[in-house]
Design a protein. Sequence first.
Length: 236
Amino acid sequence: MVMRYGKSLYRTNDTYTVHAFENREDWLKGRQDLNGIGGSDASAALGMNPWRTNLELWEIKTGKHNAPDISDNDRVWYGTEAEQYLRRLFQLKHAAEYEIQYMPDVILQNNEHPEFLYSPDGLIHTVDGKNGILEIKTTTIMKSYDREKWFDKRTREKKLPENYYIQVLHGLNVTGFSFVDLFAELTYPSGTSELITCHIERDEVEGDLKYIEVGLQDFWRYVKDNREPALLLPAL
């Protein structure tokens, strides 16, 4: 963790509780024991994840099925290995304005909604005293449709795929922080890649934050009551 001018954001406070683990194996067990909605779960719970439905997530959270182990997937492995280098690069790019703090194998748990969990790729403290989240992604762009998830076809402005958008806004709900920066490496079949940063200010997405908060609470009631929810599928 780098500390220059801000206090540690990896401390339990009025908004969230910090759960720190010795290693990734303990972190995985801790995530199971806490059994809440993590960042990667949020879009599935709302029926907006291309790889997992809300019903599949409900079956995992109620113990009817185990989450599949994807740790040996080449893309997952690459993303895990690349994260530390991308975080360092992001820090170098923003050295004058940001302090990037990072602690591995940590889960943040919201105090008001204990089922809301988040494991950030970094926490940000700015020179003017604001706090934010750093999320790092690596993805492969195989066709134009994949790229359109990241860039508006009409305006060509950067945007986030819906599942990542929900993930980082869930992080804002857990922490109460002011903004999020998602730093992504997009890799193309030619072997070339590009780096992009998507910045989201909390006060610009208050309506979406509330929508996600309420939607996840509704999903969790189905988990607690062991009632099967209606199947939700993402729009094409």
